[in-house]
Structures are given as structure tokens and as C-alpha cells.
Design a protein around this ligand. Structure first.
Ligand code: ADP
Ligand code: MG
Ligand code: MG
Length: 204
């Protein structure tokens, strides 16, 4: 199975829909352990990204994903804009010049996105950030060598839930120390939606 420009556009559209729907929920998660803007950040950033890409025709995945990345970096303040921007920029580099990518190429793109997130945020697994969703999901896909998107989304959901048990070591929630325990990390919730949107596109 290959995923091309149309599917990538559909992924961004689907993510935007989920972020608009879940804006309040993501904001509530961030109100508990952050500054309460995560829902707004994601909703605004992805609406801008959709506006940008829907007015263009794209010959390759790289250009499309780079436009998404640049929009997120430019329009979203806070930690999540540069982080998600970096993730899409890394994917755009792997998929540059390709009208479509096969399963291995998409898994490689997600792997580079994870590497970029870790380099940018300097976070490791267990520090209660979006890395707690991204790393196990990417490792699962790399291990399977297939784009098992539904299983990946289920794993993302489980890992998001598990961030409740963690104490935040990075980002604003780290200021709370042990008081961050018992709450889901907002960025792992938005990353979970990213993988749910991906599964919807892969399965359609
Ligand atoms: P801000 O915290 O600047 O208001 P957001 O609320 O939009 O930005 O995003 C917060 C999310 O960003 C956190 O829930 C966490 O998942 C993620 N995050 C914050 N810092 C880091 C980091 N250093 N590495 C990875 N993810 C991070
Ligand atoms: Mg915030
Ligand atoms: Mg903020």
C-alpha cells in the first residue's frame, strides 16, 4: 500500500477536524498541568495548515509536508508549534521528491520525525511528554515493518493513558513536579489524535 499526496492531505484535514472537535478537551488537560493553551494551539495551527495546503497543488509529499511544518512553526507559539513543526519537517525531508511513499518510506519518515522531536525537545521516554506516545508507536511500526496504523493508534491511546502515572520532567508541567502525576500529558493526547487520524486515512 502506498500513501500519496492526496492521502497526506487527507491526514492533515483529518487531524484538523479532530483538533477542532477536541480543542476543549486538550485545553482542559493543559489547564491541569500547563498554561491551558494546548487545544487552541493545535486548533489554530492545523486550521492554518489546512488553509495553506488546500489552496495549493502539490507534486510531491516533501513540499506538502514542508508547508505544514513551516505553518506550524510560524503560527503556533509555545512548545508544541516548533515540536510538531520539526516532526513534519523531518517527514518532508524523507519524502522529498516522492508523489507517494510505500509503507517502509512512511515508517522511515515517522522514525525521522521522532528523532527530530527528541533532538529538539531533549526529552526521553518517561518524562511525560509527547515522546511517550511517539517512541513506542514508531518502535512498534519499525518492529513490524508494516504500516499497521490501527494497531499503532490503539497503542498510542494506551501510551497516552499511561502518561497519567508519570511525573513531568520536561515542559511547563515539570514545574509541578509530583503534582503532575495523575494527569494525562496534553501533548501525548494531541499526538494520539495524530495517529488516530493517520489510521483513518490508511484504512479508508
Ligand atoms: P506550552 O507548554 O508552551 O504552552 P503547549 O501547551 O502547546 O505548549 O504544548 C505542551 C506539550 O508539549 C506538552 O504536553 C508536552 O507533550 C510537549 N512538550 C513540552 N516540552 C517538551 C519537550 N521538551 N519535549 C517533548 N515534548 C514537549
Ligand atoms: Mg500550554
Ligand atoms: Mg503556552
Amino acid at each position: 500500500m502506498n500513501l500519496g499526496v492526496e492521502q497526506a492531505k487527507a491526514w492533515i484535514d483529518q487531524m484538523n477536524e479532530l483538533f477542532q472537535q477536541q480543542k476543549q478537551y486538550l485545553t482542559e488537560l493543559d489547564q491541569a498541568i500547563g498554561d491551558g493553551d494546548h487545544g487552541w494551539n493545535m486548533a489554530r495551527g492545523f486550521q492554518e495548515a489546512v488553509d495553506k495546503i488546500s489552496s495549493n497543488r502539490y507534486e510531491d509529499l516533501g513540499t506538502l509536508l514542508k508547508d505544514v511544518a513551516m505553518t506550524l512553526i510560524a503560527k503556533v507559539g509555545g512548545a508544541s508549534g516548533p515540536l510538531y513543526g520539526t516532526a513534519f519537517l523531518k517527514m518532508s525531508q524523507v519524502l522529498a521528491g516522492k508523489q507517494e511513499g510505500n509503507e517502509q518510506e512512511w515508517i522511515a519518515a515517522l522514525g525521522e520525525a521522532l528523532a527530530g522531536l527528541k533532538a529538539r525537545g531533549k526529552a526521553q521516554v518517561g518524562e511525560k511528554t509527547m515522546i511517550d506516545v511517539w517512541e513506542p508507536v514508531v518502535m512498534f511500526l519499525q518492529e513490524k515493518g508494516q504500516l499497521l496504523a490501527r494497531e499503532a493508534a490503539q497503542l498510542a491511546q494506551q501510551k497516552m493513558e499511561e502518561t497519567k502515572t508519570l511525573e513531568a520532567k520536561k515542559g511547563r508541567a515539570a514545574y509541578l513536579g509530583k503534582r503532575s502525576i495523575g494527569h494525562i500529558d496534553p501533548g501525548s493526547a494531541s499526538s494520539c489524535l495524530l495517529f488516530i487520524a493517520f489510521a483513518k486515512v490508511v484504512e479508508s
